[in-house]
Write a new protein. Structure first.
Lengths: 558, 157
């Protein structure tokens, strides 16, 4: 059925030209660059050696010669047992850290017995209680493992996960000061992208600062926030927009901690961002270089950092799911490879790969192993990591790095001039800004000015059904029934008086300026669940109990 | 000949899945194609979607979800609309697994728009179905049809 396909770029094959002669951020690219394009660049001031301020060339001397980037894998299965089994497979295939993504129910702030969770509960681990997270961490030495919470798009999920981790450490009698890892904790990008439930930003801001202060005091080896420019890319933002917004956010989160009495040195020294490596190769390389330089300058000039080592920005990169196509899915392996290559040449500290089957199903074991092989090919076969910042000094790369930094600082200034990042996140300006970026990208994909091979460029109308082995949820009804029973039993068998007292205390404290994380930990210890904890905080801030406004406060809390 | 009214579509997002851009994009595409579109927003139960569809007197419910629960929601909503004798058509989009496709089609959920579907495919599919099934052979507010197919899929899997 060779049907005429619409939405396909008309491509004059006799001319063999580029569809898009600009970078992702819309900069016109000249056919060649030379010394005139980087006039005024001062090596020491603007680049520095690897491991030296302003860290454009990498935050460590020699970069990967000391240690390769961390290869992370998001891997989540419906039960702790299955996660453990598949985690072992990816560990053996060479993944360094493995993290669990939260399920939609967690991210929405519901317990699995919520009416909205009827069909959604159970596909991912639902850590409604600290006991659930404990069962996920069974067998892991939490003082040596790196524990990453990726509550992407849902900051409250991260806050509650870290609180549960602190609870577990206390219950196990483990010193919290030894725990290493990170979480996203980024309420501003949540407000900007709306990827999860619209959680009130005033609560988000309070929990963000409280968690940072808590972590700096109690878990100093843990990163209290790793703002997620990745989500901004997925929402339509280009490199300039990602950098401008994320640097504004990082600064705002540091300020929140400082306002709570934490010295900048304690919070600035662990700053991490998570960013997307798009298919624009050079813009990705330069984006990472520009990000490090921007943060170094902000740390020194705005926060008055005295030591250089607190000016170092760690960057975790994920290859974006949005570039994964359902058409000709094996092409995605090439896309992921190019994206990762750019991130590694750009000097990222950790890589997390999309899988080529993401447009079909949650990643299978097979696709996870393929991306890990990609990682090893880049690391061990290509040799790109042998020297720090191998593209540094290229006229084009230095020009583009400068251009990205300059434009991103302009955006930061603009945000400052209209009230600052918290204000624009609260009043809807930021969401509108990001939505406009989204519309631009979508129309580019629709009219073909952004080419996508197999989708709007050389789309093959007769392409055969792809050979993708989809992940299967076996015996899912049983898994789900067991989960519902577990929630019911947990709620029925706890010391309800203790639970009630802890939760009511939380609601009172939420009205004061006290750090809420200590109180949340007490609630978990008293067997409170996530939605009960959120409900109490929401009520203290004047919102309805339920995050989606569907259920009433449970009777025992009346 | 009576002037045809505009096709009315309810774009709806069942369950806790938060990916809303596909739904908003489809709403925009259908509006641009001259249809009247109501968007429920996120976090809807099947009951909420069905009652909105009836209250808004729509021709089509266009469901969007990227979560695995989509198969259960889509089949359940299609069944509820059928059981109430509404004659409202159901189409669905999202990351739909190849295994789920035959079950959804059997339940009357068509379209099944995955990533990268050209806009025209969505528009013409909805127009064709509405004209054929709702305005053509099936008169509006038809008596409830007894469905022979047992929805074992909505209980199992």
């Amino acid at each position: 059925m060779a049907k005429k396909e619409e939405n396909v770029i008309t491509f004059d094959r006799s001319k063999r030209t580029f569809v898009k002669p600009t970078t992702e951020s819309g900069f016109e690219v000249k056919p060649s660059y030379g010394p005139d394009d980087i006039k005024g660049v001062d090596y020491k001031r603007d680049l520095g050696n690897d491991g030296e301020y302003p860290y454009a060339r990498g935050i460590y001397k020699g970069m990967y010669r000391n240690m390769l980037w961390v290869s992370a894998q998001a891997l989540t299965r419906e039960t702790a047992e299955k996660s453990r089994k598949d985690r072992k497979v990816t560990w053996e295939a060479g993944a360094d850290t493995i993290y669990l993504s939260s399920g939609d129910v967690n991210r929405t702030g519901c317990d699995p017995d919520h009416p909205l969770a009827k069909y959604d509960a159970g596909y991912c681990p639902e850590q409604f209680s600290w006991r659930r997270l404990e069962s996920d961490l069974k067998g892991i030495d939490i003082t040596t493992a790196i524990i990453t919470f990726h509550g992407a798009s849902s900051q409250q999920d991260d806050v509650l996960c870290v609180s549960q981790l602190a609870t577990i450490a206390d219950m196990w009698g483990v010193d919290k000061k030894l725990i290493r890892g990170s979480c996203i904790n980024d309420p501003i990008s949540n407000a900007a992208t709306g990827f999860s439930v619209d959680f009130p930003l005033d609560i988000g801001r309070r929990l963000n600062g409280d968690l940072t202060a808590f972590v700096c005091r109690e878990m100093p080896k843990f990163s209290a926030f790793a703002p997620i420019a990745y989500d901004l890319w997925e929402a339509g933002c280009n490199s300039v927009q990602q950098l401008g917004i994320i640097m504004s956010s990082v600064s705002a989160y540091c300020q929140e901690a400082i306002d709570r009495g934490i010295p900048f040195e304690a919070v600035g020294g662990r700053v991490t961002i998570s960013i997307a490596s798009s298919l624009d190769f050079f813009e990705t390389v330069c984006k990472l270089r520009a990000a490090r330089r921007m943060w170094a300058r902000i740390a020194r000039e705005r926060f008055g950092a005295k030591e250089d080592k607190v000016c170092r920005l760690r960057i975790a990169v994920r290859t974006p799911g949005q570039t994964i196509t359902r058409q000709q899915p094996l092409n995605n392996i090439a896309r992921i490879g190019f994206q990762a290559l750019a991130a590694i040449i750009g000097g990222c500290n950790a890589m997390d790969y999309a899988r080529h089957d993401e447009a079909f199903c949650i990643p299978s074991e097979e696709s996870s192993i393929i991306t890990l092989a990609l990682n090893h090919i880049i690391a061990q076969e290509t040799g790109v990591g042998l020297t720090a910042d191998p593209l540094g000094g290229s006229y084009y790369v230095e020009w583009l790095t400068n251009k990205l930094e300059e434009e991103a600082f302009k955006l930061m200034k603009e945000i400052e001039s209209i009230g600052g990042i918290w204000t624009v996140a609260q009043n809807g300006w930021l969401r509108k800004y990001v939505n406009a970026a989204r519309d631009q990208r979508l129309s580019g994909l629709a009219d073909g000015s952004i080419p996508q091979v197999g989708v709007n460029f050389f789309r093959l109308p007769d392409a055969k059904e792809p050979d993708i082995v989809e992940y299967e949820f076996k015996d899912f009804d049983k898994t789900q029934a067991a989960l519902f029973k577990e929630v019911r039993d947990y709620k029925a068998n706890r010391d309800i008086k203790k639970t009630r007292a802890a939760l009511l205390k939380l609601r009172e404290k939420a009205k004061t300026k006290e750090n809420l994380i200590y109180c949340i930990v007490e609630c978990f210890k008293a067997d409170a669940t996530r939605s009960e904890i959120l409900g109490m905080i929401r009520e203290a801030f004047g919102y309805s109990y339920d995050t989606v406004g569907m259920i009433e406060r449970p009777k025992f809390l009346n | 000949m009576v002037e045809k009214r505009k096709i009315r579509v309810l774009v709806a997002k069942p369950g806790t899945d938060s990916h809303y851009r596909g739904a908003e994009l489809v709403a925009q595409i259908l509006r641009n194609a001259g249809m009247e579109v109501v968007y429920t927003g996120r976090y809807q139960t099947s009951e909420m979607i069905v009652s909105t569809a009836i209250a808004e007197d729509v021709d089509v419910v266009a469901l969007s979800s990227l979560a695995w629960s989509q198969e259960k929601y889509y089949t359940e909503i299609a069944k509820m609309l059928k059981d109430k004798g509404t004659g409202i058509l159901v189409v669905g989009g999202g990351i739909i697994s190849e295994k789920a496709k035959p079950k959804l089609l059997k339940a009357g959920v068509t379209g099944l728009y995955g990533p990268g579907t050209p806009y025209e495919v969505i528009i013409s599919h909805i127009k064709d179905r509405v004209e054929k099934e709702r305005w053509g052979t099936a008169p509006k507010k038809a008596a409830p049809k007894k469905t022979a197919t047992k929805k074992s899929s909505s209980k199992k899997c």
